[in-house]
Design a protein around this ligand. Structure first.
Ligand code: IPM
Ligand code: MG
Length: 367
C-alpha cells in the first residue's frame, strides 16, 4: 500500500458535486479494502465559491491545492453566474489553478469503450478500438497571452484583444511529454498548429522538429494544420496516436475527439506539471465534460468520467496502475451489462441515475 496521501477534492458547480459523490465512493472502496490511505479535504471552486466567498478561488483553497499530493476537480460554470464580472467568473478559478500549479500538460485521452462503439455519431468501424491521446498545452498561448483586454478606440469603437504567444521552452516541455507518452503507446506524435498563418505556430513547428531530431528520433513525428486535424479526426480518427497542440486548438480538438467516443460523460483528463526537487509532480485531474447546468440536480449525469479521472490520478500521481486498471475494467463491465445514464442510453437497456451507475460500478470493483 502507498503511504498516506493528501487529496483535495473540488467538486465545483452544476453536476460536479453529483459526480464527485460517486468518485468519493470509489475512494472509500480504496481505503476500506486497504489498497490506499488518503487524507481527504474538500474546497469550493467556481460559482460555488463565488456564492460563498465572492471569488471563484480563495487564497486558502489555492494554498491547499498547492500542498495536496493531487487535486481531483469536478467542473465549473453555469448561467447563474453569467452576470459576474469577467475577471471573477467561475472559469477564472480553474484557469488560475492551472496557472498557479504550473500544470502545463493536459492529457486528454479519447478511448472508445468496446460496448460503446455504436454510441458514436461516426460509423462503428471508424471508431471501434479508437485510442488516441491529445496533449494540450494548458498554461500558455492565447488563454494567458498579453496584451489582452477590451479597449475603446478614439472613434468610440471598442476593440477586443487576445494574444497567441509561445516561447521555446513552453513548446519543448509539452513536446517532451507528448514524445514520452508516445514511446509507451504506438510511437507516433502528430504536432498540430497553424504554421501557415501564425508565427507562434511556425515557431511551434520548428521547435518540435528540432526536439524530435535531438531527443526523440525513435518516435515518428508528423505535422498537421489545426483545421485539417479537425477534418481528419472526423474522417479517420484511428490514424492518430498522440496529438500535441496549443491551449486553444487543444480545447477545441479535444471536444471533437471526445465526441467520437460516444459520450463526453466518459472522458477523464490529467493535467501535469514538472517534477519538483522532492519528486512531486503537481497534478490536477478533471473530467472533460463541463458543469452541464441543464441536467444538474436531476440525477442524469454520468459519473464515469469523474471516476476515470480518479483512475488517472492513481496511475499518474501514485503509480497505482493495478488499482487504476481495476477501476477501468469495472467501468468496461458496467458499460457492457448494466443500465445506462441518459447520455449513453440505448433501446433495450434500463436508463439509470447517477447514483445507480455508482452502485453498478461499486458492485464490479474487486473486494
Ligand atoms: C476545458 C474547458 C475550460 C477551457 C473552460 C471551462 C475554461 O472548456 O477544460 O476544456 O477552456 O480550458
Ligand atoms: Mg473545453
Amino acid at each position: 500500500m502507498i503511504a498516506n496521501k493528501n487529496l483535495l477534492l473540488m467538486p465545483g458547480d452544476g453536476i460536479g458535486p453529483e459526480v464527485m459523490a460517486q468518485a468519493r465512493r470509489v475512494l472509500n472502496w480504496l481505503q476500506e479494502s486497504g489498497r490506499a490511505s488518503f487524507t481527504i479535504d474538500e474546497e469550493l471552486v467556481g460559482g460555488a465559491a463565488i456564492d460563498v466567498h465572492g471569488v471563484p478561488l480563495t487564497d486558502a483553497a489555492l494554498a491547499k491545492a498547492k500542498s495536496a499530493d493531487a487535486l481531483l476537480f469536478g467542473s465549473v460554470g453555469g448561467p447563474k453566474w453569467d452576470k459576474v464580472p469577467f475577471e471573477i467568473r467561475p472559469e477564472a478559478g480553474l484557469l488560475k489553478l492551472r496557472a498557479e500549479l504550473q500544470v502545463f500538460a493536459n492529457l486528454r485521452p479519447a478511448k472508445v469503450f468496446h460496448a460503446l462503439a455504436d454510441a458514436s455519431s461516426l460509423k462503428p468501424e471508424l471508431v471501434s478500438g479508437l485510442d488516441l491521446m491529445i496533449v494540450r498545452e494548458c498554461i500558455g498561448g492565447i488563454y494567458f497571452g498579453q496584451p489582452r483586454g477590451i479597449e475603446t478606440l478614439p472613434n468610440g469603437e471598442q476593440r477586443g484583444i487576445n494574444t497567441e504567444v509561445y516561447t521555446t521552452h513552453e513548446i519543448q516541455r509539452v513536446g517532451r511529454v507528448a514524445f514520452e507518452l508516445a514511446r509507451k503507446r504506438q510511437g507516433r506524435v502528430c504536432s498540430v498548429e497553424k504554421a501557415n498563418v501564425m508565427e507562434a505556430g511556425l515557431l511551434w513547428r520548428q521547435v518540435m522538429t528540432k526536439l524530435h531530431a535531438e531527443e526523440f528520433p525513435d518516435v515518428a513525428l508528423s505535422h498537421m494544420y489545426a483545421d485539417n486535424c479537425a477534418m481528419q479526426l472526423a474522417k479517420n480518427p484511428k490514424q492518430f496516436d498522440v496529438i500535441v497542440t496549443s491551449n486553444l486548438f487543444g480545447d477545441i480538438l479535444s471536444d471533437l475527439a471526445a465526441m467520437l467516443t460516444g459520450s463526453l460523460g466518459l472522458l477523464p483528463s490529467a493535467t501535469l506539471g514538472a517534477k519538483d526537487e522532492n519528486g512531486r509532480v503537481p497534478s490536477l485531474y478533471e473530467p472533460i465534460h463541463g458543469s452541464a447546468p441543464d441536467i444538474a440536480g436531476t440525477g442524469k449525469a454520468n459519473p464515469l468520467a469523474q471516476v476515470l479521472s480518479l483512475a488517472m490520478m492513481l496511475r499518474y500521481s501514485f503509480d497505482m496502475s493495478e488499482e487504476a486498471n481495476a477501476i477501468e475494467a469495472a467501468v468496461e463491465r458496467v458499460l457492457a451489462k448494466a443500465g445506462r445514464t441518459p447520455d449513453i442510453a440505448v433501446p433495450g437497456r434500463a436508463v439509470i441515475s447517477t447514483a445507480e451507475m455508482g452502485d453498478a460500478l461499486l458492485a464490479e470493483l474487486p473486494r
